[in-house]
Design a protein around this ligand. Structure first.
Ligand code: SF4
Length: 364
């Protein structure tokens, strides 16, 4: 979930309210989806001064769309899953929870990779219609996709900002060189604890020291290649228990700043599959992502948000429709109308979703 033009307006505590895909700041209390809080980069690591004016305009539009309620003719951002496979089994991941259950709604077509021709068609259409950025992951680990550098290059050659989240376990020096040389602009590392034992408990299958070294090398290569505009960010999901949280956050910041990572993000924990409706606001809530981004699963099915892993809010199938048709479809329109009318709870998936609940919490 963040390139952020509004970082200059960060609050005194240095945290920006953010949600995927970058450091997007909420566009006002009623519209924000603070699934993420971010500590902005210190000047020596700041990548924003190396972004062009067009990027700042893009981020302004990112903030404005949910406020105006106008989705335009095309999404600003595409989240696209190169694969729904993963090399880890992290304890807080919805993917892990679903794998352990009988529920296969999150992967009705099994495990697999996106057809590269579908990717080319979607990104090609996007580049001709005002799409500004693409993020190359959703439910899976993108470094498992064999042609990831080709994907990055294809999108970057068409002028898009290219982001990805990775657990960085497979981020070898060679892989980092390929990603950077292909034009990756935003690399987000999901790490989840500054402490070795806790990290390896949460990130099942990952090795603490090896993964940290991968991230350090990526940051070093980025600098050596003179890629000042490339954003790096390390993020962690905080534990439910607030005791010791401030120390954990301070240790996490110190660890990654020491490795040369620019942004630090903290997310609030949620429980996959839990019904959040008793905790959700009864009043007005407008989900901002409905107006600026669309998600395409590895098999081409399209959904409106990162909160619906079980595909109950399908808005189209990119194998059969263009992105523009999906974006302007009746089902998408009805979904937006519920939120615009102040009645998001009319949509059962939104009523039970954790995002409205998170929107009413303060800083983490
Ligand atoms: S389920 Fe509804 S409220 Fe939750 S993220 Fe998706 S669109 Fe937003």
């Amino acid at each position: 979930m963040n390139p952020d033009p509004s970082a200059n307006e960060a609050k005194d505590d240095g945290f920006d309210e953010t949600s995927d895909p970058g450091s997007e700041t909420g566009a006002g209390v009623s519209y924000r989806s603070p699934t993420y809080y971010e500590l902005k980069a210190p000047p020596e690591l700041d990548w924003r001064p190396y972004r062009p004016e067009s990027w700042f305009r893009y981020r302004e539009e990112w903030d404005e769309r949910p406020v105006s309620g106008d989705p335009g003719d095309f999404p600003l951002h595409l989240d696209l899953d190169p694969t729904n496979r993963c090399n880890l089994g992290c304890v807080m991941c919805p993917r892990t929870a679903f794998l352990a259950s009988e529920d296969d709604r999150w992967a009705p077509n099994g495990f697999g990779d996106m057809d590269f021709r579908l990717f080319e068609r979607l990104v090609g259409e996007g580049a001709e219609n005002g799409l500004r950025s693409v993020k190359l992951n959703f439910l899976g680990e993108p470094l498992l996709y064999p042609k990831l550098p080709e994907m990055i290059k294809f999108a970057r050659d068409r002028g898009l900002w290219v982001m990805l989240n990775t657990n960085a376990v497979l981020l070898t020096r060679g892989m980092s060189e390929k990603l950077l040389a292909s034009g990756l602009t935003d690399a987000f590392f999901s790490f989840d604890s500054p402490y070795e034992r806790e990290y390896e408990r949460v990130r099942v299958g990952a090795e603490y020291g090896k993964t940290l070294e991968n991230i350090r090398v990526f940051a070093e290569l980025k600098n050596a290649m003179g890629l000042r505009h490339v954003q790096t960010r390390a993020g962690m999901i905080l534990s439910e228990d607030p005791r010791g949280r401030e120390k954990t956050k301070a240790d996490f910041i110190s660890l990654f700043r020491g490795l040369g990572v620019a942004e630090i993000g903290f997310g609030l924990p949620t429980v996959p599959g839990k019904d959040y409706s008793p905790l959700n606001p009864k009043g007005f809530f407008r989900c901002p992502d409905l107006f600026r981004r669309v998600f395409v699963f590895h098999d081409g099915v399209a959904g409106p948000c990162c909160g619906d892993w079980v595909r109950s809010l399908i808005v189209g199938d990119a194998n059969r429709s263009t992105l523009k048709e999906i974006w302007r479809s009746g089902v998408y329109g009805e979904l937006r109308e519920s939120h615009l009318a102040g009645d998001y709870g009319k949509v059962p998936t939104c009523r039970a979703c954790s995002v409205p609940y998170l929107s009413r919490l303060g800083d983490v």
